[in-house]
Design a protein around this ligand. Structure first.
Ligand code: HEC
Length: 155
């Protein structure tokens, strides 16, 4: 009886040690992969820029007016948001600007000016853009994200 108990605990001990060995092997393998990953120069994704890109590309649809198109109507991706003549016009007389200026890199505004503009629609000089520029009213956080994304692009 005593012998069988001892052998049972020996089995548990063996299983336990085996488990520790396997865990240690996996831990060192994952450390090794982390170490090799660190040598690759990849910057961590910037959450603010990622959110700003989503707001610009999927919500504000800024490219519809601000990105130039090729002869087939598709976006010229190398010139993303670099300004474009509009491909449409109003059917009734109204104030209208037929060209959407470049917004990649936001060349005409500082970060603070852009964040303010995206919330209240006023340029730094107090003027408001004419149609068809929509009067966006982003909240402060989203205005910061849109600005971070646009500033991350080359102007
Ligand atoms: C329906 C077309 C249209 C869409 C969509 C649009 N814009 Fe515009 N945007 C314009 C036009 C046209 C102007 C020029 C207005 C003017 O000069 O009075 C303009 C002006 C601007 C300006 C002012 C630039 C300056 O130097 O004065 C900024 C900044 C801007 N847009 C950002 C954006 C952003 C960001 C988005 C998306 C969230 C966006 N626009 C979506 C048409 C558009």
């Amino acid at each position: 009886m005593k012998i069988s108990l001892r052998s049972a605990s020996a089995q548990y001990l063996f299983a336990f040690l085996l488990g520790v060995t396997i865990a240690a092997t996996f831990a060192s393998a994952s450390r090794a992969s982390t170490t090799s990953g660190a040598s690759t120069p990849t910057s961590p994704p910037d959450a603010l820029v990622t959110r700003g890109r989503y707001l610009v590309e999927k919500v504000g649809m800024c490219a519809d007016c601000h990105s130039p198109r090729n002869e087939k109507g598709g976006f010229i991706h190398e010139r993303w948001l670099s300004g474009s003549p509009l491909g449409f016009a109003p059917t009734v007389p109204m104030p209208w600007i037929p060209f959407a200026p470049p917004i990649a890199g936001l060349p005409t505004m500082t970060d603070a000016q852009a964040i303010s503009f995206l919330q209240d629609g006023k340029r730094p000089d107090g003027s408001t853009p004419l149609p068809p520029m929509p009067a966006f009213r982003f909240n402060a956080e989203d205005a910061r994200a849109v600005t971070a994304y646009l500033k991350s692009l080359k102007s």
